[in-house]
Design a protein around this ligand. Structure first.
Ligand code: PMP
Length: 355
């Protein structure tokens, strides 16, 4: 297998893949594949139940939070948030910290008023906005905790009475935080949790209780929570693989995972900072521990570096198509040894072109 630094769909721990492969052939002595397991079977209800408990346990949240699974990825959440919570005359505050944050914002005008609480667009999203203007009357504040494309991350979250909704897609389960600060968090599975096809929403029961307009059940957080994510046929396999990963995360412990994530990011940034060829993109105080974005001082060599990486069994390090350059995503499944292999490859490439 190659070492896969892709930003998503992304690498999953080997033991998760092995257990998933086994379940594809037969799910726990049921005589059928997990791919054929009915979404309304007791077995799948047990999967949902365990996933709920593990999610709340790992995040340190109690039963005042709901755990809901959606399809439709991040884009559907961007739309559903103002659809459920923002009435026509009301205002929602958004922090514009990158491509996905701006994408989330772009849906608001269909439902109510948008207030941009802070933006780092003028500095090409090299850091997360720190000076914020959050109107006390805002219905909610939306932020993106980790900006996958620009490689920046929030380390301090705003202290505000306004309910915070946070897109944790590219970092959920990577670090300890006081998650009770948030009224709702969501994450697409395909980065640090499981395969594409499921999105995890963790939301305060009180916060999602009322929608501001009549909505179809499938687009209504409160109804989806009441129906245990089973309004329609749920994506059984992505949720099951996510559960396997939740078990892996719970048994390893979030503290240990955080420690390793810190070390992986430290090693790679330190290497980049000491190299004459590679340059980090994000401002140092906003550097993401999940997505390390960098360029090379000799742009003509980008394709050569990508080809060299592949020849060394390293894949997925091309930057996003909108930014170019390189990006190494250091999600939980990437080990310290994997990062050492990446650094060795980058160092060898640099030494070779200097010969
Ligand atoms: N939010 C963040 C932080 C992302 O990195 C992405 C990219 N996958 C999305 C949302 C969009 O997710 P999707 O492609 O599932 O709509």
């Amino acid at each position: 297998m190659k070492i896969n630094f892709n930003s998503g769909p992304a690498a999953l721990p080997r033991e998760v893949l092995e257990a998933a492969a086994e379940a594809v052939l037969e799910y726990e002595h049921t005589g059928i594949s997990i791919l054929s397991l009915a979404h309304r079977s007791p077995e799948f209800e047990a999967i949902l139940d365990e996933a709920r408990h593990l999610t709340l346990d790992i995040l340190g949240l109690d039963n005042s939070y709901e755990v809901i699974w959606f399809q439709g990825g991040g884009r559907l959440q961007f739309e559903m948030i103002p659809m459920n919570f923002l009435a026509a005359q009301e205002t929602a505050a958004y922090i514009d910290s990158g491509h996905w944050a701006a994408d989330a914002m772009s849906n608001v005008a269909r439902y109510g008023n948008l207030h941009i609480a802070g933006s780092s667009a003028v500095i090409r999203y090299r850091s997360v906005p720190r000076i914020l203007d959050i109107p006390a009357t805002a219905k909610y504040l939306h932020l993106t905790s980790n900006n996958t494309i620009y490689g920046t991350q929030c380390f301090d979250f705003p202290n505000t009475e306004v309910p915070i909704i946070a897109d944790f897609s590219s970092e959920l389960f990577s670090r300890r935080l006081d998650y009770s600060k948030f009224s709702m968090i969501y994450a697409v599975a395909q980065k640090n949790l499981g395969p594409a096809g499921a999105t995890l929403v963790v939301a305060k029961k009180d916060f999602i209780k009322h929608t501001v307009r009549p909505l179809a059940d499938i687009l209504n957080y409160s109804v989806m929570a009441d129906k245990n994510s089973l309004v329609n046929t749920a994506p059984v396999f992505p949720i099951y693989v996510s559960l396997l990963n939740l078990r892996y995360i719970a048994s390893k412990g979030l503290a240990q995972i955080e420690l390793e994530n810190e070390e992986k990011a430290r090693m790679l940034y330190e290497f980049i900072d000491h190299s004459n060829l590679y340059q980090g993109i994000a401002d140092k105080d906003s550097r993401s521990k999940m997505n390390v974005c960098f360029t090379i001082a000799r742009p003509g060599l980008e394709q050569d570096l990508l080809a060299f990486a592949e020849s060394m069994n390293i894949t997925g390090i091309a930057g996003h198509r909108s930014t170019g350059g390189f990006r190494a995503s250091l999600y939980n499944a990437i080990t310290i040894d994997d990062v050492q292999a990446l650094i060795k490859m980058l160092a060898t490439f640099e030494a070779d072109i200097n010969k």
